[in-house]
Design a protein around this ligand. Structure first.
Ligand SMILES: O=C(O)[C@@H](CO)OP(=O)(O)O
Ligand SMILES: [Mg+2]
Length: 401
């Protein structure tokens, strides 16, 4: 029933107005799945390779589509993803492009679910998945590679850790986003938004900490449950390998100073989450910081691990973090993303399923997070391509998918 009978690929727009790959997968019994690849701006050096969409589409049509059509079953995700790897023939999807691979992989999963008549999270997670829902981390102030002339730290993320439901959590993050706007207005700071819908004011990180801290407290009081905040430092973007220092607009910090600075921030602001506080090659510094503050906050590897089980295993051996960001397009298939989550869970690491800065209306990651019982999902706070995932989470919780 789930035998793949057609795979169609096209270029569509992403949220930055750039082209990206969309895939449709059709099956013998009329099953249909459609998915699109997201795209990063602060990409890790060790990510699977995204090719220009027209090239990725042409290469996938030549190498992957003939091996899938009439050959593979959409209901068997591991088989589909193994075919994608075999068709590509490299270890980083540089032939068919990770963008074609992930779009086909996710579209196949949706086609499989369609044939089974099950919601995607059910198909992926199975009957005996847990009952938990991920806490959404919502970007409310941002800069770095996502907005010019804004904060050095890439993302200030609202984290409604005490929310009694997904719906409460999603609305709390939107309320923090709105409170930040009010506080910026009070201070006479005009601003637009960055790539992920977060405010991108021309202020320094210190002022951003004050504002987000205040916004979070205001909302916490309003909603009556705990709302904290966290960061994506995107340390690799700040790191200058020649000088061995982290370059901020108003300071330069060597690795020890960077570790001390982040540890101070964790304690001063009770940060619940810190992603990529250090350079993507520095497992050792990650381990030192995790040793220092890992008992009271999540130290999450994004560019450090790139959803790759080899890099994660290395991190686990060295005690480099206690959490991993999961981005299916960093590794190219849902199977690889699942394996990374499984390895993380076995080793006590929390998984944070994540969007990219360039997104589409595709909501697969909401289903992936629920299917795998991931404790967190990072997918912005507002903006259509972000709310596509958040609203899907609300629907899943309401049994309406
Ligand atoms: O660094 C990140 O975590 C992501 C998403 O927030 O950004 P990008 O997609 O640009 O890599
Ligand atoms: Mg990141």
């Amino acid at each position: 029933m789930t035998l793949i009978t057609d795979v169609r690929l096209r270029r569509i727009l992403d949220s930055r107005g750039n082209p990206t790959v969309e895939a449709d997968v059709l099956t013998e019994s009329g099953g249909f799945g459609r998915a699109a690849a997201p795209s990063g701006a602060s990409t890790g050096e060790y990510e699977a390779v995204e090719r220009p969409p027209s090239e990725a589409i042409a290469a996938a049509r030549e190498h992957a589509v003939p091996r899938l059509v009439g050959e593979a079953y959409a209901g068997n995700q591991r088989e589909v993803d193994a075919v994608l790897h075999a068709a590509d023939g490299t270890d980083d999807f540089s032939e068919i492009g990770a963008n074609s691979a992930v779009a086909i992989s996710m579209a196949a999963a949706k086609a499989g679910a369609d044939v089974l008549g099950a919601p995607l999270f059910q198909h992926l997670g199975g009957t005996f998945r847990g009952e938990n829902f991920p806490i959404p981390l919502g970007n409310v102030v941002g800069g770095g590679e996502h907005a010019a002339d804004a904060t050095d730290i890439q993302e200030f993320l609202a984290a409604p850790v005490g929310a009694p439901s997904v719906e409460d959590a999603v609305f709390a993050n939107a309320a923090v986003h709105a409170a930040v706007a009010d506080l910026l207005e009070d201070r006479g700071v005009p601003c637009g938004k960055g790539d992920e819908g977060a405010w991108a004011p021309s202020i320094d990180d210190g002022e951003a900490f004050e504002i987000v801290d205040e916004a979070v407290s205001m909302v916490e009081e309003e909603v009556g449950f705990e709302v904290g905040f966290g960061l994506d430092v995107a340390g690799a973007e700040l790191y200058d390998a020649d000088s061995g220092t982290y370059e901020y607009s108003d300071a330069s910090r060597d690795t020890d100073e960077q570790i001390a600075y982040i540890a101070e921030l964790v304690d001063e602001y009770d940060l619940v989450y810190v992603e990529d506080p250090l350079d993507e090659d520095d497992y050792e510094a990650f381990a030192d910081l995790t040793d220092e503050v890992g008992d009271r906050t999540l130290i999450c590897g994004d560019d450090l691990f790139v959803t790759n089980t080899d890099r994660l295993r290395n991190g686990i051996d060295q005690g480099a973090a206690n959490s991993i960001l999961i981005k299916p397009n960093q590794i190219g298939t849902l199977t690889d993303a699942f394996d990374a989550i499984e390895l993380a869970t076995e080793n006590g690491y929390d998984s944070v399923v994540s969007h990219r800065s360039g997104e589409t209306e595709d909501a697969t990651i909401a289903h992936l997070a629920v299917a795998t019982d991931a404790p967190f999902i990072k997918t912005g706070a507002v903006g259509g391509e972000r709310t596509a995932k958040l609203n899907e989470l609300i629907r899943i919780a309401d049994d309406a998918t």
